[in-house]
Design a protein around this ligand. Structure first.
Ligand SMILES: Nc1ncnc2c1ncn2[C@@H]1O[C@H](COP(=O)(O)OP(=O)(O)OP(=O)(O)O)[C@@H](O)[C@H]1O
Length: 594
């Protein structure tokens, strides 16, 4: 009520009528009350009037209501009420339901600001059923006496359908759905509401502008009671969790490195390296699926965005060429030209640990037994103590001084000679010392032996750990290893450098990006790699068994496997972020030619 102080008029008239016992004052009191509160009669009819409400303190909000629109503090809110959702999700095939839901979200995109309010109130199931049975009984009587009554027949089939659903376990409830569209002007809010109404109509949802009284009801009680519908849970798929597109944490995918676009919704997907608890990436995909392109494009973006060095291990000599095609000139570091400098340890106090690391690299790369391995440990440690700058020749000399068989000496010397061929002595700075903050390619294409390739990758890893391992949360370097099976397959319980880096997450300040063709390449520790990598990418794979296995690591449904995943195209992938099993299917972004 706007002019509250005038309430004194009907009250005075009421007293006058009592004291003078004259009915005319009573009539005048009523008329003045109606003039003050025009909705009074309507409210009386609805039993909504509470006399004391007339004295209620009004809120500070300055609002007015008209049909379809609430104006509150200069903001306009158009109210649409849903009258009918005449289908339920079982009326559709999986495909058509999916496209309906996508259409629903597209329709919502028509308007800028919309609140969707869904009110649900449970019903007494037994009472409701009793009414339905009675209604069905009556309808049957009508149809028996007039078999041509199509209206009654339709109604009966509807009632029977409802009884069936309830007996199948669907609880009936009363619901009201409304869409509240907020805009800066009356015209805008009405126009948007109208557009939204038409959009909803195009997918079969019937809605209309709420009347003034329905909005008032909403404000007074927070509910609209008069138009409540009876419905079933399956009837409102758009508004149930069923309709929410599965999606990882928003903060994780809304900024950082641009990965690509989600195929179904076209929305851009990023990976926020600052918030991920694990920065390592593992890509699994058959040949030609787009692994290398992804590694290249992501590596380059990391270098630009986070300004950290990115190191590509190039086995096939294609990464260098592709980078050049994109107009990027990497610094090529050839291990045949620059020393790995594996035998120089910085810190004397850590000689024991360092000797054991070298022993592990050699053992793992050349698959040595425990006995050979411990002999190597001893000679390497001796060399580190004995010489200021030990060489691999010094190691062979120390092996020859040992009390072991000649055969065994020759065997060990052969391995050390192989290593010597790759870890050359050079006067200048070592390969890892050359790394600053550019994009680097480690050219492994001339090293044909798998053992030596593994040895080089491991040696560089160890040296990089030494150089960048400062205990803080910052990422300091990214290493990109295509054809990563070379090292992953050889990892085991006894030696697991890569698995340890992956498990430690951001701990070492290193970010590993690796790609390989199938899960068998991951070797004994495959579960560790798959469970702990911050970002997993499964590329195009026609093998249903592969997807079945991947269900352990990402939220992938049977339906998705059959409908979509076995048909992924080039550069398309299922991605999963650590700690959030909800996967996304995206088209990966590639660099464009300069
Ligand atoms: N996101 C993408 N969009 C479109 N085309 C792509 C995409 N990614 C890769 N391709 C194309 O697919 C082809 C194969 O890509 P790529 O060499 O990266 O695959 P791969 O998985 O690394 O194969 P291999 O294991 O044989 O090295 C390339 O010709 C590339 O142009």
């Amino acid at each position: 009520m706007e002019n509250k102080h005038l309430i004194i008029v009907p009250i005075l008239l009421l007293f006058l009528s009592i004291f003078s016992r004259n009915l005319i004052f009573l009539v005048l009191a009523l008329v003045s009350l109606i003039l003050l509160e025009p909705n009074l009669i309507m409210k009386l009819f609805r039993g909504k009037l509470n006399f004391f409400n007339l004295f209620k303190k009004q809120s500070n909000n300055n609002y007015s209501i008209e049909n379809g629109i609430l104006t509150i503090n200069g903001v306009f809110k158009a109210f649409l009420i849903v009258d009918d959702i005449p289908f339920d999700y079982r009326d559709f095939t999986n495909e058509s339901l999916r496209s309906k839901i996508v259409s629903f979200h597209k329709v919502l995109d028509i308007v800028n600001n919309v609140d969707i309010i869904f009110q649900k109130k449970g019903l007494d199931k037994n009472k409701f059923l009793e009414n339905l049975f009675r209604k069905a009984q009556n309808l049957r009587v009508i149809i028996e006496s007039d078999p041509s009554n199509e209206k009654a027949k339709n109604e009966l089939s509807l009632v029977q359908e409802m009884i069936k659903r309830i007996s199948e376990g669907e609880p009936p409830f009363q619901y009201v759905v409304y869409f509240i569209i907020t805009a800066e002007s009356r015209e805008e809010s009405l126009a948007e509401a109208n557009l939204l109404r038409k959009g909803l109509e195009s997918i079969g949802i019937k809605a209309r502008l709420a009347s003034r009284y329905e909005i008032e009801e909403y404000l007074d009680r927070g509910v609209i009671r008069a138009k409540e519908k009876i419905g079933f849970p399956t009837q409102v798929p758009y508004l149930t969790t069923f309709s929410f597109p599965k999606s990882p944490n928003y903060r994780l995918i809304s900024e950082g490195i641009y990965l690509g676009r989600e195929i179904e919704s076209s929305r851009p997907i990023f990976w926020n390296l600052n918030t991920t608890m694990n920065p390592h990436t593992l890509v699994i995909g058959p040949t030609g699926s787009g692994k290398t392109e992804f590694l290249i494009s992501t590596g380059v973006k990391i270098n630009t965005l986070y300004q950290i060095p990115v190191l590509f291990f190039d086995v096939k000599n294609d990464i260098k060429l592709r980078l050049k095609n994109y107009g990027i000139k990497p610094i090529v570091l050839n291990p045949l030209l620059y020393s790995l400098d594996l035998l120089s340890a910085e810190n004397k106090a850590n000689y024991g640990i360092y000797a054991s690391q070298i022993e592990n690299i050699i053992t793992n790369s050349f698959r040595l037994d425990k006995y050979s391995s411990s002999i190597l440990y001893k000679v390497i440690l001796d060399a580190l103590h004995k010489y200021q700058h030990p060489s691999w020749d010094n190691i062979i000399e120390l092996i020859n001084e040992l009390d072991i068989t000649d055969e065994f000496k020759i065997y060990l010397a052969k391995i050390i000679n192989k290593i010597k061929s790759i870890d050359i002595e050079s006067k200048g700075s070592s390969l890892v010392e050359k790394i600053n903050d550019s994009i680097y390619v480690i050219d492994l294409s001339l090293i044909k032996s798998e053992e030596l390739r593994r040895f080089v990758i491991y040696s560089i890893l160890i040296k990089i750990l030494d150089k960048y391992n400062i205990a803080d949360d910052k990422l300091k370097i990214s290493l990109v290893i295509d054809e990563a099976w070379t090292i992953l397959k050889s990892e085991n319980e006894n030696y697991s450098l890569v698995a340890d880096i992956i498990k430690r997450g951001r701990g070492y300040g290193i970010m590993l990006m690796m790609a390989t063709q199938n899960i068998y390449d991951l070797g004994e520790l495959s579960d560790i790699f798959l469970e702990n990598s911050g970002l997993l990418l499964f590329m195009n794979n026609g093998d249903k068994k592969f997807w079945e296995e991947m269900k352990r690591f990402a939220n992938i449904s049977e339906d998705e496997i059959y409908r979509q995943l076995t048909f992924l195209g080039r550069g398309e992938a299922v991605i999963r972020f650590i700690g959030d099993p909800r996967s996304l299917v995206i088209k990966l972004d590639t660099l464009t030619n300069a």
